[in-house]
Each structure stands twice: as structure tokens, then as C-alpha cells.
Ligand binder design. Structure first.
Ligand SMILES: N[C@@H](CCC(=O)N[C@@H](CS)C(=O)NCC(=O)O)C(=O)O
Length: 203
């Protein structure tokens, strides 16, 4: 059985757990948290030199960091990777967007607002900068979802899982999702997928 190292309140860690739930794949959860220094301990750094969660360990003992790479690995031969080459590339385009434009703004602003240990980093400038970037990322998603049920192709893909993770908790970062009706309808569609589990779910 594969192992996923991570913590329940991280959207990045939620992504592979959610895909496992949606595809019925069994996994073992091992709690490693940034809050107690777990990601910086020597035994964990030996597994992931980058000192971040999530991390996947395969049945044969290989380690795979980066949540979206984990989605790609776990999504192999499932309906969450489109067959059509353009739709597959479009899915990847949204996953790169998630890492470069969405996570560094929407997720970072949430972490600045909810974690007491990040309070000193939550300067007015940083909050303003992440708000502006997050609003822009949400507008980009809203535009796509106003005309399509899903981010790539015509069914749920890895892109929807990657972007659901932090979008559904964007209000914890001070973003008002009532401004984004197409995103809100899409969140409900993801939540209606068979096997869906919420972010705090662990096996
Ligand atoms: N690009 C990485 C980001 C992972 C990441 O930033 N994880 C955070 C928790 S959400 C972390 O481990 N932070 C600890 C640190 O940066 O020291 C991914 O998608 O997996």
C-alpha cells in the first residue's frame, strides 16, 4: 500500500487524499506537520530534502514529492486524466496555473491569516499583494467555469482536484466567493463526485 505523509489542514496534502478517495485507492496516512517542525526533522529530510509535505511513498519504497506530481502518478489509468491530447495538456496548464498563480496567493493568504505562527509575516503589504493576486486567479477560474462545467475537457480531471483544494477554503483567506458564482457552482459539482471526502478526512 502507498503512504502519504502530510497534515489534514493543508490543501496541498488534501489533493492526493481526495484523489485516492475518488478512485477508491487505499493508502496509509502518516502525520508530518509544519506546525511542530516535523518537516524539518532529519528522518523526514532524508525522505524529502525539500522539507515540505505532502510526500508519497510507493509500495516499493520510492519517494515522490510535489502534490501535482503525486496527482499525476495516482491518476494514471483513471478517468481523471483526459484521453484527448489537447485536453490532457489543458489539464496540465491549469495545474501549472495552480502552482504559480493560485497557490502562492490564495493558499498563502489563508496561511497568513489562520496560522498564529505566521502572524509576523502577515504584513499589510503581503496581505494586499496576495489579495490582489488571489482575486486575479479567481477571476481567471470564474471566466473558464462560466462557460464550462470543468476546468479541462467535459468531465472532472486532476486540474479540478488541484484547484478545488485551496479554492474551497479561500474564504478562510479573506476571499469573498459570493463574487464568483460559477466557481461556487463548480465547488458543489466537485463535492457531488462519488467518493468525495472533505479536507479533514483521513483513512
Ligand atoms: N509545491 C509543493 C508545495 C508544498 C508546500 O509548500 N507544503 C507546505 C505545507 S502546505 C509545507 O510543507 N511547508 C513547509 C515549509 O515550507 O517549510 C506541493 O504542491 O506539494
Amino acid at each position: 500500500m502507498i503512504t502519504i505523509y502530510g497534515m489534514p489542514d493543508s490543501g496541498n496534502c488534501y489533493k492526493p487524499r481526495l484523489l485516492c478517495a475518488l478512485t477508491g485507492r487505499q493508502f496509509r496516512h502518516v502525520e508530518v506537520s509544519t506546525h511542530d517542525g516535523g518537516t524539518k526533522r532529519a528522518d523526514y529530510l532524508a525522505k524529502n530534502a525539500n522539507g515540505k509535505v505532502p510526500l508519497l511513498e510507493t509500495e516499493d519504497g520510492r519517494y515522490l514529492p510535489e502534490s501535482n506530481a503525486m496527482l499525476w502518478y495516482l491518476g494514471e489509468a483513471t478517468p481523471f486524466i483526459p484521453v484527448d491530447p489537447f485536453e490532457r495538456a489543458e489539464m496540465l496548464s491549469w495545474m501549472f496555473f495552480e502552482q504559480y498563480s493560485h497557490e502562492p496567493t490564495v493558499a498563502v493568504r489563508r496561511s497568513l491569516m489562520i496560522y498564529p505562527q505566521r502572524a509576523t509575516a502577515a504584513t499589510p503589504e503581503r496581505l494586499a499583494e496576495t489579495f490582489e493576486g488571489g482575486q486575479k486567479a479567481l477571476r481567471v477560474m470564474e471566466k473558464r467555469l462560466a462557460g464550462s462545467h470543468w476546468l479541462a475537457g467535459d468531465s472532472a480531471s486532476l486540474a479540478d482536484i488541484a484547484l478545488y483544494a485551496y479554492t474551497h477554503v479561500a474564504e478562510e483567506g479573506g476571499f469573498d466567493l459570493s463574487q464568483f458564482p460559477a466557481i461556487r457552482a463548480w465547488l458543489r459539482r466537485v463535492e457531488a463526485l462519488p467518493g468525495y471526502q472533505p479536507m479533514d478526512w483521513l483513512p
